[in-house]
Design a protein around this ligand. Structure first.
Ligand code: 13P
Length: 252
């Protein structure tokens, strides 16, 4: 049985007090959602610590949205994976399209970030996905394949067992435009096949999340697909009620 995961990527939103309130709201409503759902929230660095404290004992895990490619040292403004882990975080989002697009993250950087994450016992949520031009040119399969081959294929079997993948088509992020459940299933099944080519049967256990304008009204339909194991949620994760309602997509 694969893990069912609903993860919230808060991006650069919420001040510390707002983040704590949001986390409290999610914790308060968690019992209304199937116990089978593993919730993760990924606040900005500035309040990771407070959110970890707030969620102690709630069963909700906390992740960071990025980490440095180096272990420590003279890298002004960077945050090391060891620092994130020391706060009690369990996950780190790596390779989000916004980081690839705005901050020039390449497979080379991401390989080093993955290494740091694993060295510090953080489970990476590795994001892949094509942009609109690539989708329209029918290149989406090749794009995600390369993103996986160049990074995930470098993992050991032990590391791979802890990996979470998020498929996030760039054209669906924050646009209100969602991939159809069929489009999601098609590419999730393909991603699992590409993973299986390297890791064999272990790919059956990998949680592959869908991200891109996922909301309460479309979550159930998308999550019902065989190879969709949950969601990585942006905008809708900023309201506890909506985030929880997305989790309820698993009960439908
Ligand atoms: P939205 O849910 O706001 O489209 O964002 C998706 C995303 O990028 C999550 O990482």
């Amino acid at each position: 049985m694969r893990k069912k995961i609903v993860a919230g990527n808060w991006k650069m939103n919420t001040l510390p007090a707002e983040g704590v309130e949001l986390a409290k709201g999610v914790a308060a409503g968690k019992s209304s959602v199937c116990e089978c759902v593993n919730f993760i929230v990924c606040p900005p660095f500035t309040h990771l610590s407070q959110v970890v404290e707030t969620l102690k004992g709630s069963g909700i895990a906390v992740g960071a949205q990025n980490c440095a490619a180096e272990a420590k040292g003279a890298y002004t403004g960077e945050v090391a994976a060891s620092m994130i882990a020391a706060l009690g975080c369990e996950y780190v989002i790596l390779g989000h399209s916004e980081r690839r697009q705005y901050y020039g993250e390449t497979s080379e950087t991401l390989n080093r970030k993955m290494e740091q994450a694993y060295a510090n016992n953080l489970a990476p949520i590795y994001c892949v996905g094509e942009n609109l031009e690539e989708r329209e040119a029918g290149k989406h399969f090749d794009v995600v394949k390369a993103q996986i081959e160049e990074v995930v294929y470098n993992l050991t079997e032990e590391q791979f067992a802890k990996l979470v993948i998020a498929y996030e088509p760039v054209w669906a992020i924050g646009t209100g435009k969602t991939a159809t459940a069929e489009q999601a299933q098609e590419i999730h099944a393909y991603i699992r096949k590409v993973l299986a080519e390297k890791f064999g049967a272990a790919a059956e256990n990998t949680a592959i999340l869908y991200g891109g304008s996922c909301k309460p009204s479309n979550a159930a339909e998308i999550f019902a697909k065989e190879d969709v194991d949950g969601g990585l949620i942006g905008g809708a994760a900023l309201k506890a009620e909506d985030f929880l309602a997305i989790g309820k997509g698993f009960e439908a």
